[in-house]
Design a protein around this ligand. Sequence first.
Ligand code: TTP
Length: 413
Amino acid sequence: MNDRSLPGVTSEERIVLHVDMDCFYASCERRRESALEEKPVVVGMGYEAGETHGAVATASYEAREHGVESAQAISQALTRLPRAVDADEQEEAVGHYRPVDMAYYESVSEEVKAVLHEVADTVREVSIDEAYVDVSDRLGWEGAPVFARNLKARIHETAGVPASIGVAPNMSTAKIASDHDKPDGLVVVTPDEIRSFLAPLDTKRLHGVGPVTARELRSMGIETVGELAQTDRSRLVDRFGARGGEIYDYARGHDDRDVEPVGDPKSLSNESAFTEPTEDSDRVRDRLRRLVEQVTTRTARRNALYKTIGIKVVTPPFDVHTRSHTLSGPVNDPALVERIVLDLIEEFDGRSVRKLGVRVSNLSFVETDQASLNDWERPTTESNGTDGAPVKPDGGSATENECTRQTSVFEFT
Ligand code: TTP
């Protein structure tokens, strides 16, 4: 839910993160080939012997220092940065060229996006390496820097690639902030700082201002975002039409666009960890009831029906177990979710529990009749977890387009 729907809360109070992976394809190559760490890496096509055509997809920041950049002809890149023969080559002025492997980059991207869906409800995936996250409903500005720092660390630990994050009261400023201190950047722009942050920047940095518009603005005597913000709005609308009004608003730090998730989530879940692992089955059940309430509140808010109800139980050290039950048709029935969840947990009675999760999946968002529930019996347990397999702390099993609310990932103090 967007906070702006609450009475008295304005868009200025939103907290939007823009997460942008650093030299993404090159970082993916480094993830699977650690010898490439800190070396100039170029990902592209056409550098093999006998080939002449092709372009650079991306270059690591070390390669960029040699003048190699995205979309450059590969022949030019090779002139600026000759190709290394092997990854161990020590020479600094040689580049490590790798072909584009989209399937691999997409799999890494899924891991990154899963982390985002774990920590926030509202995630808009923009491209393979970029997403907006709205966290207004779960923290205030005091908590934002710690949240963003933890998120960066968690992406790195889980997906093995570095991200830059910008935090701001709206999407356009958050995007500028994520780009402001790349690579490995973290820039937080609070509502009070937004105008002073934007003012000195080149107008090209604004969403909607490309090289042509920037040139036209220059011809009007406008070089910086601050100067744009001081211009007459009507002058900009006369010159650029509706887009003129938009860039004027962005320059003044106004952007009312909502962080709209693309597509509906495939599942909704909430998780919660105990401070210390517990064997107390009453505590476990209480916690599960609370999670059921949280999840079913969210499904009701989104008008979602679900067919599959599941639990996640993390036992020490960090073993993840999942159990689920699938109904014959989609329902919206919190009491039934609680019944199923309490039934599924029985198997873990007497065991030490570190963390719990409740998930509903197989979601549908259209109005349908609820299935008859009379035939529902004790769940035939279906396990899709990794019983016994150690996972990293908080290692989740979030999948693409899944919405997990993690109540325990970050401490906000
Ligand atoms: P970008 O997000 O534009 O940038 P980047 O990942 O190269 O690095 P940074 O944000 O740190 O500057 O692009 C995302 C990926 O898209 C990039 O890793 C490779 C691919 N890409 C191309 O294939 N061709 C291009 O011309 C560009 C710009 C990117």
